[in-house]
Write a protein that binds this ligand. Structure first.
Ligand SMILES: Nc1nc2c(c(=O)[nH]1)N[C@H]1C(S)=C(S)[C@@H](COP(=O)(O)O)O[C@H]1N2
Ligand SMILES: [Mo]
Length: 199
């Protein structure tokens, strides 16, 4: 005899509330890159922040580590409709860089080794919502996943998490990045299904 009634099993099959609309749960870790994978040594890595006045602040790998890394466990959501639950990272909060530079602005354009860009409102980068991540699952971040360091902005679609990130440019007005110019959403909230820009 069945221990659980069919009704009980039925309830367990309701949609996972952690899964945004139109997404499925992925157990692997797909690689999605628009171009070739840059190979950047930690010693050569630089990360810069340019303020509205055009002032540029730059960090080396050691400078970044000195800002105080933290461990992040989070779900991630790709616009191609896979979501991955409970991913584990180590990185430095973007707040730390902004505070060190004493900089603020309404919008930010992230830039990368290889030329990829993506735009974000400052309110999506501040307040413990975004990191420069350099470890995944307890290991150095692999080059194909953006190593040595990538932006991690898990509450937005994963195209906003710029791999091989090397700059943040503060902006007065929002400016479309690589995928945004090609029609992806300027914001990219998976819970609102902000996948594409309406024409
Ligand atoms: N520099 C750079 N960053 C990037 C991309 C890219 O092509 N180049 N692709 C974006 C997209 S569309 C996604 S879904 C994620 C994929 O990250 P993954 O390859 O680690 O899964 O990286 C984002 N960051
Ligand atoms: Mo993506």
């Amino acid at each position: 005899m069945a221990v659980f009634s069919p009704g009980f099993r039925g309830r367990r099959r309701t949609t996972n509330p952690a899964l945004p609309p139109g997404q499925y749960e992925e157990h692997g870790f797909p690689v999605l890159s628009a171009g070739i994978t840059p190979r950047i040594r930690e010693d050569d890595w630089r990360f810069s922040l340019t303020t509205l006045d055009g002032e540029k602040r730059e960090w080396t790998w050691a400078d970044m580590l000195a800002l105080g890394p933290e461990t992040i466990t989070t779900d991630i959501h790709c616009v191609t409709s896979w979501s991955k639950f409970g991913t584990s990272w180590r990185g430095v909060s973007v707040d730390r860089f902004l505070d060190a530079a004493g900089a603020d602005a309404p919008y930010v354009l992230a830039g990368c080794y290889g030329g990829y860009t993506t735009n974000l409102p400052m309110e999506d980068l501040r307040g413990g919502k975004a990191w420069v991540a350099f470890e995944y699952d307890g290991e150095p971040l692999r080059p194909e996943h953006g190593g040595p360091a990538r932006l991690l902005v898990p509450h937005l679609y994963f195209w906003k998490s710029a791999k091989w990130v090397n700059s943040l440019t503060l902006l007065e007005r929002d400016r479309a990045g690589f995928w945004e110019e090609l029609g992806y959403h300027m914001h990219g909230d998976p819970w609102r299904e902000e996948r594409y820009r309406s024409a």
